[in-house]
Structure formats: C-alpha cells, structure tokens
Design a protein around this ligand. Structure first.
Ligand code: MN
Length: 256
C-alpha cells in the first residue's frame, strides 16, 4: 500500500513525523508537505505561479517539500508518485472539529485526495502538543480500522490529549467558534485578529462532544454538499419552467 503523508503545519512539524511513523506500519510512506505552515488555508490551490518539489528526508522517510498549499501537495504528490492508495494528513497541531472543517488545510489535503478519486484521512490533535508518544497507539488503532476500509473515501479524525476510546461521530455545527479581536498597529491604526472562543456543551454524538468526553472522534464525510431534502422541497414548491431555467443558465454566445 502506497501512503502519501501531507499536513498543513509544514513538513518540519513533529505531527507529520509521528503520523508518517505510524502510517509506515501499514505501507510504503512518502511525505509531501508544505515548506512552511499553511494552517487555515482551507482548500486553496496555487494557480498563479509554478510550484517546486524538493527532496527533504524526514526521519528516514522519502519526503518532499512544496512551496504551496496542502491541496497543492496532494495533487503534486499524487502526480509524482503513481498509484497512491491512501492519503493521510496531519497530525495537525490543533483540533479540526465543528466549523473548523471549512477552514482546515489538514482536512483540505484529505479532501483533495477524495476529489482525485483517492482516499483521504485527516488527523488532528489539540494545539500545544509537542510529544505524540501517547497518541501514536491511538493513531495506529484508527488506521487499523480505516486503512482497509475502501468504502470510506474521506474521514476526519480528532484525538483528545488522553483518549479513553474511539467512537464514530457527526460534525458539530450548532455553534461557530470564530472570534474577531480588534487591536492596533504601532501607529494606532486599527487591526483585527481572527481567533477562536472556547465552546462547551456540544450535542451528544458530535465531534466536539466526543473530544469533550475524551473520545477519539472519527467522522465519515462526503464531498457532495447537496441538501437532498431541501432539493426535493425546492423542486416541489418552486418548480422551474423552461424560461426561468434559461435565465439561470443563459445559452453560451460567442464573443463579438
Ligand atoms: Mn495546522
């Protein structure tokens, strides 16, 4: 099994070395990761300049650093290494639960794998962690379940500091933890920090709740964001006749 390892914290993060070590028990590992931190870059790709792909051995693993985003790394890594079977991303220094999945570069790397028809698994742990020794057995247990699970194209895994076990969860979307904090530059001009506020009291069965209860959280995700019940309702209650459909999708005309 060929396992491509990526992250958004940058190729020199302790989290990616820990994940590569665990992944190497399941197959041949190659690391392709950003040369600098790309956290909260989401699923951005670099389309306005070329990318470099430079060899940088990490802990004895074949590894390449890229001056791009996590999604760039997966696209380029899959291009440069035939027949990748699985992409694992992380282990991120910072949880990716609830609304974070929209901003996360860690998860974007796994999503890029799924977009390419590969499988992607994102791993995240609390920020401030510098020693993954205690979490590596849990990452191994998760991969024992997920590595052979070909029917799961995209999975988001979050690990608390001291896990008591592993459970399946859904995404917590009841609260948004984003916070904008005003500040000033040295000349007194207004600036803003994008930050987060602590949230508590998540709904049972969600990823946020699992982490609060010290469970390792595994959430199967899908790429299709279509709201099926709303779509059915829209088709029934707001039927589109042909003239309206024509306004929504005008025929393509050639430029003068
Ligand atoms: Mn990160």
């Amino acid at each position: 099994m060929r396992i491509l390892v990526c992250n958004d914290d940058g190729i020199y993060s302790p989290g990616i070395a820990a994940l590569a070590e665990v992944a190497s028990e399941f197959g041949t590992v190659r690391i392709v990761a950003p040369n600098v931190e790309q956290s909260a870059m989401g699923h951005a790709i670099t389309a306005s300049r070329p990318l470099s792909y430079r060899e940088t051995p990490i802990k004895g693993f074949s590894a390449y650093r890229v001056n791009g985003t996590p999604a760039d790394c997966v696209a380029l890594g899959a291009h440069q290494w035939d027949k990748v079977d699985l992409v694992v991303s992380g282990c991120n220094l910072g949880l990716n639960i609830g609304n974070s999945i929209w901003h996360s570069g860690t998860l974007a790397a796994a999503k890029q794998a799924a977009l390419l028809g590969l499988r992607g698994i994102a791993f995240s742990a609390p920020s401030g962690l510098d020693d993954f020794t205690g979490l590596k057995p849990w990452m191994r247990r998760v991969l024992e379940v997920l590595a052979p699970a070909n029917e799961l194209p995209l999975v988001n895994v979050n690990l608390p500091k001291d896990p008591r076990g592993i459970i399946w969860t859904r995404v917590s979307v009841r609260h948004y933890d984003g916070l904008i904090v005003p500040t000033q530059d040295p000349l007194g001009r207004e600036l803003f920090w994008f930050s987060v506020k602590p949230l508590e009291g998540a709904d049972e069965g969600t990823d946020r709740w699992a982490i609060e209860q010290r469970w390792v959280s595994i959430t199967p995700l899908r790429l299709d964001l279509t709201d099926e019940s709303l779509l059915a309702e829209c088709r029934e209650q707001r039927p589109m006749d042909e003239s309206v459909a024509a306004v929504v999708s005008p025929p393509v005309s050639s430029p003068e």
